[in-house]
Design a protein around this ligand. Structure first.
Ligand SMILES: NC(=O)c1ccc[n+]([C@@H]2O[C@H](COP(=O)([O-])OP(=O)(O)OC[C@H]3O[C@@H](n4cnc5c(N)ncnc54)[C@H](OP(=O)(O)O)[C@@H]3O)[C@@H](O)[C@H]2O)c1
Length: 253
């Protein structure tokens, strides 16, 4: 029976690169995301290599998530790795200027969506037991505050603490949990954050060397395929050309 990896947000960025990475290693793929045409294109690309099951799924919809997992075909139920990757940042403006709907969308996707999927897939991971993995996509923003980070950073702090707490409860089951926390990586992330401003996205990544989706996919694959007695709790990854800044001080004019 093939090992199965279940990836959310497989239509772009880290998720799509992770699908390709696991396919290269012969894993069967369960790929989800909202954009069906992109899932179909990825299935067409990878189906000659490995079995692929796709589903248009909004992780915010708990009932749909539950049903999608319940309906997984027999060859796709041996889920050895869950990659909770679907997520987004919105509203790159100060908190006092944010549209409340954007805060709700981040909470609903990055927090509620992630727990919806975890709750639904956990029974399958427990059946595999030793060597199974949950890899949650956190962020450096979950550890380090920055202007405009508001709810996005807070949602990724949730991902970190939820990952650690899951480890406590899964003690003895063999299921591992990792919070992967990337720094700046060039994907569609900034395009989404700016609601389609390609120039702003290009500007952010110009003149430096961001991480690539493939860099993160490699790390995800690494933590999910370590010997079964090894659990990476948290992996924080930045581009070499990214680092922290000093504290901001408000001074009299
Ligand atoms: N790029 C970075 O700098 C960076 C750094 C740290 C952490 N991260 C995190 O890494 C993860 C992946 O981001 P990325 O950089 O690869 O961004 P991306 O290219 O925008 O990909 C995001 C993925 O999430 C999916 N998604 C968003 N909302 C969804 C929903 N409601 N239901 C299902 N799928 C949904 C999108 O698919 P659909 O739109 O088709 O649904 C897409 O496949 C996110 O959790 C992000 O917060 C990114």
């Amino acid at each position: 029976m093939s090992n199965v990896v279940f990836i959310t947000g497989a239509t772009s960025g880290f998720g799509r690169a992770t699908a390709r990475r696991f396919a290269a290693a012969g894993w069967a793929l369960v790929l989800s995301g909202r954009r069906l045409e992109r899932l179909e294109a990825l299935r067409d690309e990878l189906a000659a290599q490995v079995p692929v099951h796709i589903g248009a799924l909004d992780v915010r919809d708990a009932e749909a998530v539950k049903q999608f997992v319940a309906d997984l075909p027999e060859g796709f139920r041996n889920v050895r790795a869950l990659i909770n990757n679907a997520g987004l940042a919105l509203a790159p403006v100060p908190a006092q200027k944010v549209d409340l709907a954007d805060w709700h969308t981040m909470i609903d996707t990055n927090i509620t969506g992630l727990v919806n999927v975890t709750h639904a897939v956990l029974p399958l991971l427990l059946q595999v037991g030793k060597g199974a993995s949950i890899v949650n996509l956190g962020s450096v923003a979950g550890e380090w505050p920055y202007p405009g980070g508001h709810v996005y950073g807070a949602s990724k702090a949730f991902v970190k603490q939820f990952s650690f707490n899951l480890r406590c409860d899964l003690q003895g089951t063999g299921v591992r949990v990792t919070d992967i926390a990337p720094g700046m990586a060039e994907t569609e992330f900034t395009l989404v954050r700016t609601k389609g401003d390609q120039a702003a996205s290009d500007k952010l990544y110009r003149g430096t060397t961001p991480l690539t989706a493939e860099d993160i996919a490699e790390q995800i694959y690494y933590v999910a395929t370590l010997p079964e007695h090894v659990n990476i709790n948290r992996l924080e990854i930045m581009p070499t050309r990214q680092a922290w800044s000093p504290f901001a001080i408000d001074r009299d004019a």
